[in-house]
Design a protein around this ligand. Structure first.
Ligand code: COD
Ligand code: ATP
Length: 230
């Protein structure tokens, strides 16, 4: 199985690119969705977060007030690190489980769309790594427009993440999403070809079929050895 890492900065265009993958039939594990699931009312993650940040971040319906928690953690790095530490085990397990489900289905190539790929050290389990890059001005403008933020709020969120230019240096593939959607789609075609090339032996061995054939070969080998010993 090939697990492709898709990362970037906030509002750099990860979801835009992951939607292109989905529309070409390539399954995507979205870490932001997993991160939402693990703090649903009553879950273990919810309990940890409420115990650490207090009832002020809980809405009347019992769910976490994400906007309020976001305001706290995006302007205070100590609190952000605390939130990351509390949720990391739940998010890692949630991602692992989503990958296992796709493995069981027989998917050979999957995309892991995760903003904190390097910070969570998940870059070690993914290859190739795609970084969706955007120039700093466009990033601020798109983030302000999408989330209705002031320039200061948008910059706070951007600076809460590892620099996008650094992530770019760690990428196997860079998609420059600073231009139009059409320009991004043109780059995407080439990326799709690269991602879809035949699996390596190692990737094949970790696919569902690979494990099946390894097991069959081991059983046949054992039977032959037993037969020869008789
Ligand atoms: C702070 C929270 C409540 C804000 O929720 P909100 O709905 O406003 O934003 P959403 O979850 O859609 O995230 C939007 C983007 O913010 C960025 N972001 C989210 N969490 C973090 C973080 N801890 N550090 C840096 N950037 C982050 C990502 O680029 C993400 O794509 C939420 O992001 C959260 O619970 N974050 C901690 C979990 C986490 O690490 N998520 C990232 C997935 S690995
Ligand atoms: N090439 C483009 N041209 C114009 N707008 C774009 C382009 N790419 C993305 N956008 C817009 O920019 C915003 C951010 O894009 P997107 O949601 O894909 O980013 P993201 O990296 O997934 O964000 P997040 O980190 O918050 O999950 C969206 O409103 C999207 O419609």
């Amino acid at each position: 199985m090939r697990i492709v890492g898709l990362t970037g900065g906030i509002a750099s265009g990860k979801s835009t690119v992951s939607n292109l993958f989905k529309s070409h039939g390539v399954p995507v594990v979205d870490a932001d969705l997993v991160a939402r699931d693990v703090v649903r009312k009553g879950t273990g993650g919810w309990k940890k977060v409420v115990a650490a940040f207090g009832d002020d971040i809980v809405l009347e319906n019992g769910e976490i007030d994400r906007a309020c928690l976001g305001q706290i953690v995006f302007s205070d790095s100590t609190k952000r690190q605390l939130l990351n530490r509390l949720l990391a085990p739940y998010i890692s397990f949630g991602i692992f489980w989503e990958v296992v489900k796709l493995w069981i289905k027989g998917s050979k190539v999957i995309i892991l769309d995760i903003p904190l790929l390097f910070e969570a050290k998940m870059d070690q389990c993914t290859a190739p790594i795609i970084v969706v890059w955007v120039d700093p001005e466009t990033q601020v403008t798109r983030l302000m427009a999408r989330d209705g933020l002031s320039e200061e709020q948008a910059k706070n969120k951007i600076h809460a993440q590892t620099a996008l230019d650094w992530k770019k240096t760690k990428a196997h593939i860079v998609i420059n999403n600073s231009g139009t959607l059409e320009e991004t789609k043109l780059q995407f075609q080439e990326v799709l070809n690269q991602v879809g090339r035949p699996l390596t032996w190692k990737e094949l061995a970790f696919s569902r079929e690979g494990v099946f054939w390894i097991l069959v070969s081991a059983i046949v080998g054992l039977l032959m050895v037993q037969k020869n010993l008789k």
